[in-house]
Design a protein. Structure first.
Length: 495
């Protein structure tokens, strides 16, 4: 295919999906400009500094690194310029009854550990992980890498293989019911139920096909960028600039200007019309319609999709090292169902939240002063619908500090020297995600994937979409995949 010369593309939003889209478009020969509302690029994938402590502000688990490496390859760069390591340990788990263990990234060792600590049959565990891989390779890749609005997605050899294996894929039962049918120990069920939270969903509602997610960690692997998760953003910004992409920060787009009803002319920013041949929206799809296109009907359609969970995240500079914690740690609640009922049905904070604790200074010592650690403590929260967040946050903070102090035999209140936090309100303001929902809409329905917006507009011929609120969904890998899909449709329509 010949490079596209003399054509301009505008990307609205400089998160990882927007950056990846800009890099791909530039590699096609487009002149590209990104308009970003914030004073920094990366969206959720940014950082926070408090005194001598550094924190990754958002995503803290790195999987599917080939999606980042691919951006180096298409830019004519070596992926060695993006150093990262594969983790030997995925996570440390803490249960209320005192049960603790480390989940190895090696499936063989993981099976031994779960068998020893939870009494599960090794053969059952091995079978579960093999089925996780099978589901990912059979149906996961099919739907993540293709458009769900095209007949060709459902009429090809890979789709035929999926149809022939429908009974094995778990499309209609819940993840929890599937895990419950496989494992005998409630702790094992809870551990594998947790993978529903990887896209902000409820294991008691999301389909059993989500049992493919463990394969991302234990099959493909869990990784850590040498300089922390923000290194992903920094690498993409550098690549984009080297490719000639203009990144305009502090530049909120006010409106998409249409030429007639079926073509976009450009965007308005600070009173100036910036024209382009192609527009890609990398911001929340409901805001794209309601605010930028002046279409409240479609805006409300996507705004009203059931939201994924949000979060309350505390960033604590702690003046002591904890020997029993690792990079990733999970402190489970005693009643997981009650926790998710509270999040998704009552739209409130659970009485006993599960706590995720990330300590990047375990891998990158520069993130905290000598003898100290940077604690990223997160609990799941409902999306913002006007709850009394000040009261909910205060109560949740007390519970989190009490649980961590008890589990780790410390007085955390005394050890916290620096502190700030994000909640659904500030996440919404900071990232533009409606309600602060971390993954856009949830997957608590077997057909949820079909409700997400496609990566192209069906009515505006040169308007395309990427990011966590469109296909295939939220999280770093899916956001990067959405960029590849969007640019693929640009090539179909514009070349």
């Amino acid at each position: 295919m010949k490079p596209i010369q003399g054509k301009k593309a505008i990307v609205i939003g400089g998160g990882v999906a927007g950056l990846a889209t800009a890099i791909r478009l530039s590699s096609l020969g487009f002149e590209v400009e990104i308009f970003e509302t914030n004073s920094y690029a990366g969206g959720k994938l940014s950082e926070i500094r408090l005194g001598d402590y550094r924190f990754d502000a958002g995503p803290s688990l790195f999987t599917m690194p080939h999606l980042v490496e691919e951006l180096f390859w298409i830019s004519g760069k070596s992926s060695k310029e993006f150093p990262y390591k594969r983790l030997d340990e995925v996570c440390r788990y803490f249960f209320p009854d005192g049960t603790r263990f480390h989940a190895s990234a090696d499936p063989r060792i993981l099976v031994e550990t779960l068998s020893q600590h939870l009494g599960e049959d090794p053969i059952v565990l091995e079978s579960y992980l093999k089925k996780s891989k099978f589901k990912y390779e059979t149906i996961g890749k099919l739907f993540l890498e293709r458009c769900l609005r095209k007949l060709s997605t459902f009429w090809n050899s890979r789709a035929l293989k999926a149809y022939l294996n429908l009974p094995k894929l778990g499309l209609f039962g819940s993840l929890h019911s599937y895990n419950q049918s496989v494992f005998k120990n409630p702790k094992t069920i809870q551990l594998f139920d947790r993978y529903a939270t990887y896209n902000g969903s409820d294991p008691h509602q999301t389909p059993a096909v989500m049992s493919m997610i463990p394969h991302l960690e234990f099959g493909i692997g869990a990784y850590f960028p040498e300089n922390g998760m923000v290194q992903i953003t920094e690498a993409l910004v550098t690549l984009a600039i080297e490719k000639g992409v203009i990144i305009s920060l502090n530049s909120p787009v006010d409106k998409i200007e249409l030429s007639g009803s079926d073509r976009a002319m450009g965007v308005w920013c600070k009173g100036t019309l910036h024209q382009a041949d192609v527009l890609i929206s990398a911001v929340d799809v409901s805001l794209t319609y309601s605010k930028l296109l002046g279409n409240p009907v479609l805006g409300n359609k996507y705004r009203n999709l059931p939201k994924s969970s949000s979060a309350i995240i505390w960033y604590w500079g702690v003046s002591k090292k904890s020997e029993s914690t690792g990079l990733h740690n999970v402190f489970f609640s005693s009643d997981y169902k009650k926790e998710f009922d509270c999040l998704f049905k009552k739209k409130s904070m659970p009485e006993e939240p599960t706590i995720y604790l990330n300590i990047s200074s375990k891998e990158r010592k520069e993130d905290a002063p000598e003898g100290c650690e940077n604690w990223f403590a997160m609990v799941n929260a409902p999306a913002n619908e006007g709850q009394d967040w000040d009261s909910l946050i205060s109560s949740a903070r007390e519970k989190v500090i009490s649980r961590l102090s008890q589990e780790l035999d410390i007085d955390l209140n005394v050890l916290i020297k620096e502190e700030t936090f994000l909640d659904p309100r500030s996440l919404e303001q900071r990232t533009g995600s409606v309600g602060g929902a971390l993954y856009g809409s949830n997957s608590n329905d077997p057909f949820a994937a079909f409700l997400r917006h496609a990566n192209f507009s069906s009515s505006v011929s040169n308007l395309f979409f990427c990011g966590g609120t469109v296909h295939p969904g939220g999280g770093i890998p899916f956001a990067l995949q959405s960029a590849a899909l969007a640019v693929g449709y640009v090539k179909e329509r514009m070349v």
